[in-house]
Design a protein around this ligand. Structure first.
Ligand SMILES: NC(=O)c1ccc[n+]([C@@H]2O[C@H](COP(=O)([O-])OP(=O)(O)OC[C@H]3O[C@@H](n4cnc5c(N)ncnc54)[C@H](O)[C@@H]3O)[C@@H](O)[C@H]2O)c1
Length: 283
């Protein structure tokens, strides 16, 4: 099935980014959130991003106007959407509620996709009457800039669903990578334990935060050190991913570093709180 219209659920950081990329590639998008105010905020973000691209002459004003013309929005879902991509908060309760409503309201052929970072696609799909049309589409932040989409197959996901979503990811000029439904999928399973290990290095006095980051940047050619990256992601999010891995695999190698837990308990969450491993100017 060719996907022409997408229902994006959740107009936050990820939802607005997904909507932006889709309308820039010629798809029609309906952007929904629980409150009109959140929808407006999401639309504003998209407008701001596209205006910046016009200023930098990456796209023309006409291209921006065309893209904005392809979005409509509101607090209801578009029943004629071919695909829904859910980017609501990361709890099983909220996502279950969203998917039950989408399952009830969208046409029978519509595919349902979740942008979850850590919940089981199989379990989410089982909350609907169409688990064969249920799949994970894990975009990365910021969506317009990062090329990867992990496409996650649930136990019941059909090949037809997979192919349609894979093709869509390519139309969005992303690089899709197939992964199975397993805790942390591929990227977070590799990345976040590395961050956790960097925190252990600090806790055990192996090296100072600046030195850990310099070592990893210069020694492994990463553009950003693991602790600077942890501050950017949010230390609470890093801790949550470690807990998902620890619980999901039952393997002590995923034990969250006690120092990471202490920082989160103290409200040192990284950039968003002004302080994590490094300090940030909040003004
Ligand atoms: N931020 C990231 O780096 C990142 C990366 C990949 C995946 N994700 C995943 O994407 C999802 C969204 O994350 P985000 O960072 O965009 O969060 P966010 O808080 O920026 O946005 C979530 C939006 O969902 C809305 N919302 C709340 N309840 C809703 C409901 N019942 N129906 C519809 N909308 C509802 C909120 O009002 C908010 O606008 C999460 O599952 C997260 O794990 C996040």
């Amino acid at each position: 099935m060719a996907i022409k219209k997408i229902q994006v659920v959740g107009a936050g950081q990820m939802g607005s980014g997904i909507a932006q990329v889709a309308v820039q590639r010629g798809l029609a998008v309906h952007l929904a959130d629980v409150e009109q105010e959140m929808v407006e905020k999401g639309l504003e973000t998209i407008k701001k991003n596209l205006s910046r691209s016009v200023e930098k002459e990456r796209i023309s004003q006409e291209e921006m106007d065309d893209a904005m013309g392809r979005i409509d929005s509101g607090t209801e879902y578009a029943q004629d959407a071919d695909l829904a991509i859910e980017a609501a908060p990361e709890t099983m309760e909220i996502k279950t509620e969203v998917f039950r409503a989408l399952d009830e309201q969208l046409k029978e052929e519509a595919i349902l996709a979740s942008n979850t970072s850590s919940l089981s696609i199989t379990k989410l799909g089982a909350q609907t009457n169409r688990p064969e049309k249920f799949i994970g589409m894990h975009f990365f932040n910021p969506v317009p800039a990062l090329k990867l989409v992990e496409i996650i197959r649930g136990l019941e996901t059909s090949d037809e669903t997979y192919d349609a979503v894979n093709e869509l990811a390519e139309r969005l000029e992303k690089t899709p990578v197939e992964v199975q439904d397993s805790p942390g999928f591929a990227v977070n399973r590799i990345l976040v334990p590395m961050i956790n290990e960097a925190v252990y290095c600090v806790m055990e006095g192996v090296s100072e935060p600046e030195d850990v980051d310099t070592a990893m940047k210069l020694g492994t050619n990463q553009p950003m050190g693991p602790l600077e990256l942890a501050d950017l992601i949010g230390l609470d999010t890093c801790l949550h991913v470690m807990e998902v891995l620890h619980e999901g695999f039952g393997d002590t190698k995923y034990r969250p570093c006690p120092l990471l837990k202490r920082y989160v308990a103290a409200g040192r969450l990284g950039r968003k709180s002004g302080r994590g491993f490094f300090e940030y100017d909040q003004s």
